[in-house]
Design a protein around this ligand. Structure first.
Ligand code: AMP
Ligand code: MG
Length: 311
């Protein structure tokens, strides 16, 4: 496994590795992605295997821009409007697959729809441009575990199973993309809350439906993003045996998602702090209440999945 600064020669190397069917970890503004050639079923199969990801869980195809996205997805004008408003950036759009799209069936889990995103991080943009075709890039961690927000997290999780890790510094946003499906009739469904707040999307689309209502959110498992330690949520006063992750006025001990109660700062800190708490060997973590507004919806979604234990 090799870590290289995400610039010039390393980007060119990475593109060559991808062309040969290999795996490259790339920085994005959300979390680090594990990239493979989305048009190559063998490369995508290898990606699923390394992550330990179930094949029914489709991957997001990463493209440079709206023009490239249109080659893979049949967008309703509403989807185009969202792309123009938020791309490049942390919005993933789900739409019917284009008839002549290049992304392989396996990457789409055999569905008639596809998820596409144009990431904003300059290194991701550079890699996609150098490669010249869509990249499948789920988070660069073993399936079910906490997403990586630094190159070192990726190295710790995936080790030699990744051919090259491009280091672009800590992820700016720290939360996965918001996923919105736009149906052929223009109706929008929020499939996953994420780094763009629901209200910012709804300002363009009007109220978004919830999944299940005709549109599925495959792969949104109840247990996900999980540290090893047990997690208790909405806690104002931790038990003596719990390590505490504070927020705003609720702070005990030294770890706080955001001392000034800022949700963007909390989002950027969330995964790294869960990892750091886990690394202490603690068995129990208690987390302060996080308001459900703005990015709080996505933070609470991830915390609930991290806390979920199958009965
Ligand atoms: P990840 O790569 O782990 O951030 O997750 C990608 C997620 O995108 C999947 O788990 C699905 O929930 C969602 N997704 C991808 N493709 C589709 C699709 N065609 N329809 C609905 N959801 C999708
Ligand atoms: Mg993931």
């Amino acid at each position: 496994m090799r870590i290289a600064l995400a610039e010039g020669a390393a980007i060119a190397d990475a593109a060559t590795i991808l062309q040969r069917g290999g795996l490259v970890a790339m920085p994005t503004e959300t979390v680090y992605g594990l990239a493979a050639d989305a048009t190559n079923p063998r490369a995508v199969a290898h990606l699923f295997a390394v992550k330990g990801r179930p094949h029914f869980n489709p991957l997001i195809a990463h493209v440079p821009d709206l023009g490239a996205a249109r080659r893979e997805a049949a967008f309703h004008p509403r989807a185009e409007e969202l792309a123009r408003a938020f791309w490049p950036g942390p919005l993933t759009l789900v739409a019917p697959r284009a008839a002549d799209g290049r992304v392989c069936d396996l990457a789409c889990a055999g569905l008639a729809t596809i998820a596409v995103r144009a990431p904003a991080h300059p290194a991701a943009q550079a890699l996609i441009a150098a490669f010249g075709a869509p990249l499948a890039a789920p988070s660069a961690n073993r399936s079910g575990r906490v997403s990586p927000t630094t190159a070192q997290h990726v190295a710790a999780d995936l080790g030699d199973d990744v051919d090259l890790i491009l280091d672009g510094g800590p992820s700016r946003l720290g939360l996965e993309s918001t996923i919105v499906a736009i149906a052929p009739d223009g109706r929008g469904t929020l499939l996953r809350p994420g780094a763009i707040a629901r209200s910012d999307i709804e300002a363009i689309t009007g109220p978004l439906a919830a999944p299940g209502d005709g549109v599925d959110a495959p792969g949104m498992l109840s247990a996900h993003y999980a540290p090893r330690a047990r997690l208790r949520l909405n806690v104002e006063a931790p038990h003596p045996d719990e390590l505490y992750l504070g927020f705003g006025v609720h702070a005990h001990g030294e770890r706080t998602l955001s001392a000034r109660g800022d949700l963007e700062e909390a989002a950027a800190n969330l995964y790294a702090m869960l990892r750091a708490l886990d690394a202490t060997g603690a068995e129990a973590i208690a987390v302060a209440p996080i308001p459900h507004t703005g990015l709080g919806e996505a933070i609470n979604d991830r915390l609930q999945r991290a806390a979920f234990r199958p009965a």
